[in-house]
Design a protein around this ligand. Structure first.
Ligand code: BTN
Length: 259
């Protein structure tokens, strides 16, 4: 019997895979990632994609809200990596998003760890979470992209630092086309990740990362670190080098570019 307390998708579609074989479509949910967590093992398992037309309580990194008006792409992917792989997976998840944006005419990059940016403005973001159900460990990778978002519908403080595909390129973008293109690259990413080709994926990430080579200040839980973005470690930490050549590895923080 249907459990009314669980989010009910509008439709459930089979996909060719090989990894992502099920697509749950929602009109509105609080958050596709929260919906995924509620449905783990009860309609959502490894290889499930949840997509919503809008979110009423979209979540960003560090407990921030993710404004989710209609027109944007709000997606969560369910995977079952090892717990220690979640951080790297979340980082690498930026690659398919950037590829899809570039395919649609916006030459985006990744600001460490995984803000998707174009001309210093944020156009997408990724929130990767690990969660246990019993002894089964899942990763829920949430992706938000300002595809067809009308920037006027974003809160003022967000609007100043944000852009959208709709703003940057002529013509409209179909979210389903965008999703399909992006998922093609996700299939490839996850297959390569599983084969253990993480070092090559990290090279791909470095190539797309706008933080490398930039003068930055990173706000971390331990304080601020200033210097030049120098490298990304195999576990996804950012290495910042100061003027004296001292290197600091940062696992969590918010990067600001120094003008
Ligand atoms: C960030 O840059 O702060 C991460 C934003 C992640 C937003 C996406 S939208 C789909 C999924 N559901 C959520 O509530 N958050 C993620």
């Amino acid at each position: 019997m249907e459990d009314a307390s669980l989010p009910q998708p509008q439709s459930i579609e089979e996909r060719p895979g090989p990894i992502f074989r099920k697509l749950l479509r929602f009109d509105v949910v609080d958050s596709t990632s929260e919906a995924a967590k509620l449905l783990l093992g009860q309609g959502a398992d490894e290889g499930t994609i949840l997509v919503a037309k809008r979110q009423s309580a979209g979540k960003g990194r560090h407990g921030r809200a993710w404004a989710s008006p209609p027109g944007g792409l709000y997606v969560s992917l369910v995977l079952r990596p090892e717990p220690q792989q979640v951080a790297a997976l979340g980082l690498l998840a930026g690659i398919p998003v950037v590829k899809a944006l570039r395919h649609h005419g916006v030459f985006a990059g990744l600001k460490w760890p995984n803000d998707v940016v174009f001309m210093e403005k944020k156009i997408g973001g990724i929130l990767s979470e690990g969660v246990y159900r019993g002894d089964r460990f899942y990763a829920v990778v949430g992706i938000g992209v300002n595809t067809g978002v009308d920037l006027e519908r974003l809160p003022e403080d967000v609007r100043e630092r944000a852009t959208s595909l709709r703003r940057e390129v002529a013509g409209t973008v179909d979210n389903d086309d965008f999703l399909e293109y992006m998922m093609g690259h996700f299939e490839d990413l996850v297959s390569r990740f599983r084969m253990g080709t993480g070092d090559r994926l990290l090279k791909d990430y470095r190539g797309l990362c706008t933080t490398i080579g930039r003068e930055v200040v990173v706000t971390t839980p331990q304080g601020k670190v200033a210097g030049r973005g120098y490298d990304i470690t195999p576990l996804g930490a950012l290495v910042v080098m100061d003027r004296a050549g001292r290197k600091t590895e940062i696992v969590d923080g918010t990067v600001e570019d120094v003008a």
